[in-house]
Design a protein around this ligand. Structure first.
Ligand code: CUA
Length: 336
């Protein structure tokens, strides 16, 4: 409906229509009342102007009916905005299960992207049309915000935690990508493009020559390089908890409380291991803060995820059925 409205970004995601509908509804309501009130101010100023020097206005003692009317009508209008807006917000907030996952790291002043099967990009994001895509986003330094106007999605990228953003592209094309949070000198240069491609074109792009190691494979290597494996042993109990089948499960802590082993928990356990000690273990793990980059953290986490069938990332290529993405059955990638 509004796709050809001048100065308005085109609608290229499944969410865009819903966001625009509520946006235009609010603009219409606001415009209607602004014009009505401004018109009445002028009309009444003329109608009730002072005609004689000694004229005195009427004393008004109020009207209950009028008070109720202009309380109840706005109440219902804003309730419509609230309920409608909340529905759109919750739809946009909850990624559907089985969405294709992509890691994004914001960094002064660029966007770094890792696809699950090894493709990497900077300041670009390639996605297939017609499939929900979930971005798992972290920041290397300061607050950024990932913003794709044509998809009507924007989310802050926050240091020290993960934030998610999801969309389903509906139209092939190249769209603007912006950083929408002032993040230093070259904030205005932290821009790029999102390329939505037909599924077969996306497959061709994915299998193009640029692929490097998948995050799982890179994470597995890091896990050994950082000697995580000396304490977190695969089968028998080491000095650290076993990580197999850990992802997505509740973990019992020393103080008796429980947490779910999600991305945020794993990230904290790597950079700040003393924050949550697993029941039955000693607080002996050193911090890896500063030793691993945000990208490497995401690689380590995707490796730990790959150790549990439930937490396995959906295959980027095909079905959303959980698969066990072991490093060995990933596409063969060249190592330098
Ligand atoms: Cu990153 Cu502004």
């Amino acid at each position: 409906m509004f796709t050809n409205f001048p100065f308005f970004p085109q609608q290229a995601s499944a969410q865009a229509g819903q966001v625009d509908a509520i946006y235009f509804f609010m603009v219409a309501v606001t415009a209607f009342f602004s014009i009505l009130i401004a018109g009445l101010v002028v009309a009444f100023a003329i109608k009730y102007r002072r005609r004689h020097r000694d004229e005195v206005g009427y004393a008004i003692h109020g009207s209950l009916a009028l008070e109720l009317l202009w309380t109840v009508i706005p109440f219902f209008i804003v309730m419509v905005m609230f309920v409608w807006g909340a529905k759109v917000f919750f739809d946009m907030y909850r990624p559907p299960a089985g969405a294709m996952e992509i890691y994004v790291v914001g960094k002064q002043w660029m966007w770094k992207v890792q696809h699950m099967d090894g493709q990497r990009e900077i300041n670009e994001l390639h996605v297939p049309v017609g499939r929900p895509v979930k971005l798992i986003m972290g920041s290397e330094d300061v607050l950024h915000s990932y913003y794709i106007p044509a998809f009507r999605v924007k989310a802050d990228v926050i240091p020290g935690r993960y934030n998610e953003l999801w969309f389903t592209a509906t139209k092939a094309g190249t769209y603007h990508l912006f950083c929408a949070e002032y993040c230093g000198t070259k904030h205005s240069g932290m821009v790029g493009s999102v390329v939505a491609m037909e599924p077969q074109d996306f497959q061709a792009w994915l299998s193009g020559g640029k692929a490097s190691e998948s995050p799982v494979a890179a994470g597995e290597k890091l896990f050994q390089d950082l000697t995580c494996n000396t304490c977190h042993m695969a089968a028998s109990q080491g000095r650290g908890p076993v990580l197999t089948n850990l992802f997505g499960k509740p973990v019992e802590l020393q103080d008796g409380s429980k947490v779910v082993a999600d991305e945020g928990y794993l990230r904290e356990s790597i950079v700040n291991p003393q924050a949550k000690i697993v029941a039955g273990f000693q607080p002996i793990m050193p911090t890896f803060q500063g030793l691993v980059t945000e990208e490497q953290l995401l690689q380590l986490i995707s490796y730990v995820r790959s150790l549990s069938q439930q937490g396995a990332a959906p295959s980027p290529a095909g079905t959303s059925a959980p698969q066990k993405p072991q490093a060995s059955d990933r596409p063969v990638v060249e190592k330098k």
